[in-house]
Every structure is written in structure tokens, then in C-alpha cells.
Design a protein around this ligand. Structure first.
Ligand code: ZN
Length: 482
């Protein structure tokens, strides 16, 4: 995500094939059917071919239920109070997900919606799954979309159907990691899987999604789209009755832009193509056939999904270009290389911000050098830490759980500003050529996997002796950025 806040903007304005390469049988497959109803509920089924990729037997599964962050009873609100008015233009609205049945291999299975925030689904397996074996789990569920300009919800122009289905919690040291939906950051964390989706909607909607439909069937006033995509962390759909669509080829993919409020749509498309090609050459080749980005009713600048980006329809000028490039960089730092964003948001946001700055430095037509952009962030970082937080808190710890940030500005100053300056300083410590090789290797090595903090440190150390301690001193807050 790219949160746009005043300070930085003012400063800136002044101036696989995986799935494909993995054996298909070794990756879990989500088969989802969704019918969007006119009352903004969706009747859904998920049939998961669960593959036990661990070395241990599995006797229960745990899923994240992100929509329940938007339910009336949620203890933690998904939006900070200062954004509530802009998010809920028509007054506070609630949504959620109701699980109506769970079966394992056609037999009813015991399930429980757990956690104080009802954010997780625990399914007791009737039969345990041995290492390397699989089982079929079928989950019926009903989704209610809130009327909110957020990732999950609908606004005046778009229906944002993201994070709407149960997503398996990744295992960390043998335990399911429960990613709580805090208002800070992007509390999303999942393993790569294969997907098939059947989506039925009123025919008037045009759909921007993580994949192109393979089959379209029209029946009366409803249209069903069938999709498939291998080797992604999640799938998402943005629907609108107002979308215009343009497309153009990048080096390795077709790029589609769905928009309704952009007078410079061709320019936006060019920015997306240039950045996709730039990052493809700088890191690893973009491995999917399409990259889609779209405008949306969304209050936080932009949001990344595998093969799909949404941007706030109200962004203009350089803000819009910056957000498009930032979200495109997330196709590598989140989409391909996964990170536990609830614990180490600074890794993917920091690498994404660093990559974004390097893009602008390489394309002089945007008139933003890295010196200019890093200086703006440097000033914004110290201004935020000094004026909005404690005077002496200029060396904060970076690897915090999202629930440990005291405010949105606390989060922004660390996950975006301090993090990108950390990677800038690491680049200086290693030397640019070596640093570029390090990032390229990091991307190739951890594509389709989740990168832990420890593996980031170990890989950095391989490229330059002392890099591990250098990074740790920034992350644990013992030094200030230069
Ligand atoms: Zn971001």
C-alpha cells in the first residue's frame, strides 16, 4: 500500500511460472465460486485442494477471515478515526463473512470462528493429512460488503472484492500465523497457491482482476466469468459500471488500465509499462501474462495484489505516477517475494519505496532525481518523528507487529521513510553494483516463497561482510539514519 500523507507530498510537489515451475500437485489449489447479489452480498463456495507441504502431519487448518474486520463486533477497527469520514461517505457501514458449512471430502467437518476479533476459521480435519498428501475442503460462506472506500467494500464507482474469501494462514515454526487486521499497514500474509474462480455478476459490471477470463457466459442479466491463475498469493476483483479500458504490450506482459477519472490515461499506462519493464530487468522477469491496474474508490493512495493494482481515483499528477510505480514495484516485493507484513512491514515497503525512487532516478522525464526524492523523505522522516512523536524517538525499532504502532504516522515514518533510507544507506555501505546484485539474488531466491527477516540478514551478509550487523543496527533502532 502507499499511504499518501501531506508532508511528503508537499515536499515532492514543490519541486512461472511457478505454479508453473512447481509441480502442480505440490501446491494447494483454491477453487472459488462467487455470485454477487444486488444487495452487495456475495454467495460463495471455496473448494480447497489442500496439499500438506510440511514434513509433519496436519490435523487442523486455520484460515484468515479478513472481512470480519469490517463487522460490527470487531474489537479492532480497520480504519483510523481520522480517516473514517472520508472512508464512510454515507455513514458507518458494516460487512463481514459468515461461514455456513465446512466439509472434508464430502463429509461435514467441525469448524469454529475463533479469536477475540472473529478473524480466523479453525477447521478440525476428520482425517489427518500426511506430509505430501492432499484433501478436499469445501467451505460455503456468505460475504457482506460494507459501503466504504476501502480494500473490501463498495463506493460510488467501484466494488472492491478483495480479501473476501478464507485464506490459509501460513505456518511459522509449526504454528499458524494469525495476521490480525489492524488499521496500520497491509495485514496480509499468505503462501503462493493456484487459483480457479467462477464469478457471476450483474452484466453491467466491467471487471479488473488478477487474471483474464478464460470463459464468459451470459445468462439473462447476469454474466459469469471463469478465471485461472497459478502461482499467486491471492486473487482480487475490482468491479465498476464506469470502467474504460486501454491496454498495451510491455516486454513480457499485456498491461491493462481500467479507469473512469483519468484525463491522462495514456500517460498512466505508459508509467505502468515503463515501471513493469524496469523492475523486470532489474530483478527477475515478470512471470505472468497480464498486469492490470485500475482506479478505485479507495482512501489510501494505492493497494497491491498479485497481477493487480488499485489506485485512488482522486490522485493527480506526480502523486498518481508515484503510486503507480510504487504499486508496480510491489509485484516483486510482496507479489513474488512474500513477507510477513504484520511483523516486518518495513521489508516489503522499504524495498518497494527504494525501488520506486530508483525508477524515477532512471527516467529523467519525471524530473525527480534520487537525491531529490531521498532528501524529501529524509526531511519528512525527521519532521514526523520530532513533531508528531516523542522528541527523543528518532531511532525507533522497525520490526514491530502492526498492533505496536501508536498511530498511522508512526507506521508511515518507519515502514516507508526509515525503511527506504535504511536500504539507501545499505546500498552505500555495500556499493551500488553489489547492492543491485544482492537485490536481484534476493528476488530470485525467494520468489514464490516468504522471506524472513533472518534470511534477509543472511543474504545481505553474503554480499558484504558486516551487512548483517549494519542492517540490525537500523532495525533495532540503535542508530539514526544518516
Ligand atoms: Zn506499499
Amino acid at each position: 500500500m502507499k499511504k499518501i500523507i501531506c508532508i511528503i507530498l508537499c515536499v515532492l510537489c514543490l519541486n512461472v511460472t511457478v505454479g508453473c515451475s512447481n509441480e502442480e500437485s505440490l501446491v494447494s489449489e483454491y477453487n472459488i465460486s462467487v455470485t454477487l447479489n444486488s444487495d452487495m452480498t456475495a454467495s460463495c463456495n471455496l473448494t480447497l485442494n489442500y496439499v500438506n507441504e510440511t514434513k509433519e502431519k496436519i490435523d487442523f487448518l486455520e484460515f484468515m477471515l479478513y472481512p470480519n474486520a469490517f463487522s460490527k463486533g470487531s474489537e479492532i477497527k480497520p480504519i483510523y478515526s481520522e480517516y473514517v469520514e472520508r472512508a464512510f461517505e454515507n455513514g458507518v457501514s458494516y460487512g463481514g463473512i459468515e461461514i455456513t458449512s465446512v466439509k472434508q471430502d464430502e463429509k461435514s467437518a467441525r469448524f469454529e470462528v475463533i479469536g477475540g476479533k472473529k478473524h480466523f476459521l479453525k477447521v478440525e480435519l476428520l482425517e489427518e493429512v500426511k506430509s505430501g498428501k492432499n484433501t478436499q475442503i469445501s467451505i460455503d460462506f456468505l460475504v457482506t460488503l460494507p459501503n466504504v472506500n476501502h480494500r473490501f467494500g463498495y463506493g460510488k464507482n467501484t466494488v472492491n472484492l478483495t480479501g473476501f474469501y478464507p485464506i490459509l494462514c501460513p505456518l511459522e515454526n509449526g504454528e499458524y500465523y494469525e495476521s490480525v487486521y489492524y488499521p496500520s499497514g497491509d495485514p496480509f500474509y499468505s503462501d503462493v497457491a493456484n487459483y480457479k474462480v467462477n464469478l457471476t455478476v450483474p452484466s453491467a459490471y466491467v471487471i479488473a482482476s488478477s487474471m483474464s477470463p478464460e470463459l464468459v457466459e451470459i445468462e439473462g442479466e447476469r454474466t459469469t466469468y471463469s478465471y485461472a491463475r497459478n502461482g499467486v498469493r491471492e486473487v482480487a476483483f475490482i468491479l465498476s459500471k464506469n470502467f474504460n479500458v486501454i491496454k498495451k504490450s510491455a516486454e513480457n506482459a499485456e498491461v491493462f488500465y481500467y479507469y473512469f477519472n483519468d484525463e491522462n490515461a495514456e500517460n498512466s499506462l505508459e508509467t505502468a509499462i515503463k515501471s513493469l519493464d524496469y523492475f523486470s530487468n532489474k530483478y527477475v522477469e515478470y512471470p505472468y501474462e497480464e498486469y492490470v491496474f485500475c482506479e478505485a474508490d479507495f482512501i489510501y493512495g494505492g493497494m497491491e495484489y498479485p497481477c493487480l493494482t488499485m489506485i485512488d481515483k482522486d490522485l493527480n499528477g506526480f502523486e498518481r505516477d508515484y503510486t503507480i510505480v510504487h504499486e508496480t514495484a510491489h509485484q516483486w516485493w510482496y507479489g513474488l517475494v512474500g513477507v510477513n507484513q504484520s511483523e516486518n512491514a518495513f521489508i516489503d515497503e522499504g524495498l518497494t519505496e527504494y525501488s520506486t525512487v530508483m525508477f524515477f532516478d532512471n527516467f529523467s522525464e519525471y524530473n525527480k532525481s534520487k537525491k531529490q526524492l531521498f532528501n524529501a523523505v529524509y526531511n519528512a522522516y525527521f519532521e514526523l518523528r520530532k513533531s508528531l512523536l516523542k522528541e527523543d524517538d528518532l531511532t525507533p525499532k522497525m520490526n514491530r507487529n502492526l498492533g505496536e504502532f501508536s498511530s498511522d504516522l508512526d507506521y508511515v515514518s518507519i515502514a516507508y521513510y526509515r525503511a527506504q533510507l535504511t536500504f539507501r544507506d545499505l546500498c552505500e555501505f555495500m556499493g551500488e553494483k553489489r547492492f543491485d546484485k544482492f537485490l536481484k539474488n534476493l528476488c530470485a531466491k525467494y520468489a514464490y516463497k516468504n522471506l524472513t527477516l533472518n534470511n534477509l540478514l543472511l543474504t545481505a551478509e553474503k554480499y558484504k561482510k558486516g551487512a548483517k550487523n549494519f542492517l540490525v543496527s537500523y532495525i533495532d533502532g540503535s542508530v539514526a539514519v544518516k
